[in-house]
Design a protein around this ligand. Structure first.
Ligand code: ACO
Length: 330
């Protein structure tokens, strides 16, 4: 009997814009300090897009790197799925723009909106296409320009975010034991008011939608999101350990959504996971939402912290609320 088709990560890539924004820059206009930001979040600096950078241009650069790592030509890509909450436009999708920039031909391309879980959600779509045999080379991108939806008068939020893009190429594998073992997706729309990036399409949302007054910018209830994030991170790592048992694997490296080192530390401490088993790069990039997990994954691979045959866990949580994980052997 034929083995069912399994998808595998064939290559990864990332892009960060060149402008480095250290914590001190915020202290010039806000009642904050490098010390507060470092000790409360772990963030030292982040990158901001230049005037010519957009989610699509940055996503394209990350995608080119992932395609090169995978040895796949743009013309051989069958599908593009892009996670973003900061698209260049509502229409066309950022995935369509990336398709055009890469000159992939008329392959399907669409965006997935799941905030910081956007990349893992997009990966799950790609995985389904590969498993079903309808696509052999899928480009999955997470890309954000959160600096353009940050309220620079709000010290509670603006200090957290940065701009970046990450990408992977997914394709089928015959190699037993490798590939995507399990992807788990969750959402709880009843808690939608905890993180919001309003749209200009609905300037006057219906009563009860909970949208906060300043419609242009990202809003967040940091304290509640913090508790949610620690709980879900722990739950998903626990669940993945069970899933690992079922496929006879051990997690070598956890690649969590990068938002606050205290969230990661709290989960690791409770689960007795050593720091060397986790990728943390939020000190350099802050929270880059849908770009965060593929950016950290690419760093993990390029610095040799994980490689072929290693089992890794991607974990993300964010607006929606959404939370998600992917257990993968590279
Ligand atoms: N500088 C100085 N003081 C600050 C700053 C700042 N940048 N930001 C907040 N404070 C103050 C607050 O005003 C408050 O002052 P008060 O006690 O006088 O009211 C005090 O610090 C404590 O505020 P808290 O909100 O309790 O601070 P906390 O330690 O929780 O840190 C933070 C806030 C960093 C936002 C944290 O709650 C956090 O990381 N939350 C999670 C965010 C997250 O996970 N987001 C992911 C999703 S984002 C997405 O999906 C796009």
């Amino acid at each position: 009997m034929n083995r069912p088709t399994v998808s595998k990560i064939l290559g990864t890539g990332s892009f960060v814009p060149s402008r480095v924004v250290p914590n001190d820059e915020f202290a010039q206009t806000l009642d904050t300090s490098d010390e507060w930001i470092r000790t409360r979040t772990g963030i030292r600096e982040r990158r901001y897009a230049g005037p010519a950078d957009t989610s699509a241009t940055m996503g394209t650069l990350a995608a080119r790197e992932a395609l090169a790592a995978a040895g796949v030509k743009p013309a051989d890509v069958d599908l593009i799925v892009c996670g973003t909450v900061t698209p260049d436009m509502v229409c066309p999708s950022t995935a369509c723009l990336i398709q055009a920039y890469l000159e992939c031909g008329t392959i399907p391309a669409f965006d997935v909106g799941a905030a910081c879980s956007g990349f893992v959600y997009a990966l799950s779509v790609a995985d389904q296409y590969v498993r079903a045999g309808t696509a052999r080379r899928v480009l999955v991108v997470g890309t954000e320009v959160l600096s353009r939806v940050s309220d620079f008068t709000d010290r509670n939020t603006c200090i957290l975010f940065g701009d970046a893009a990450g990408a992977v190429v997914l394709g089928p594998t015959d190699d037993p034991g490798r590939g995507v073992h399990q992807i788990r997706l969750y959402a709880d729309g009843s808690r939608q008011e905890l993180i919001q990036v309003p749209s200009m399409v609905t300037p006057n949302p219906p009563p009860g939608a909970g949208v906060l007054p300043n419609l242009r910018y990202l809003r967040m209830n940091g304290r509640e999101v913090f508790k949610f994030a620690v709980t879900k991170l722990k739950e998903m790592i626990g669940q993945a350990r069970e899933d690992c048992g079922a496929v006879g694997k051990r997690i070598k490296l956890i690649v969590p959504h990068q938002v606050n080192v205290r969230i990661i530390d709290a989960a690791l401490e409770d689960l007795a996971i050593p720091p060397e088993a986790v990728v943390v790069n939020l000190d350099k990039y802050g929270n880059t939402s849908a770009a965060s997990v593929p950016l950290a994954l690419d760093e993990g691979i390029r610095t040799g912290r994980c490689g072929p045959g290693d089992t890794i866990l991607l974990v993300a949580f964010g607006g929606g609320l959404t939370w998600s994980s992917a257990l993968v052997t590279l």
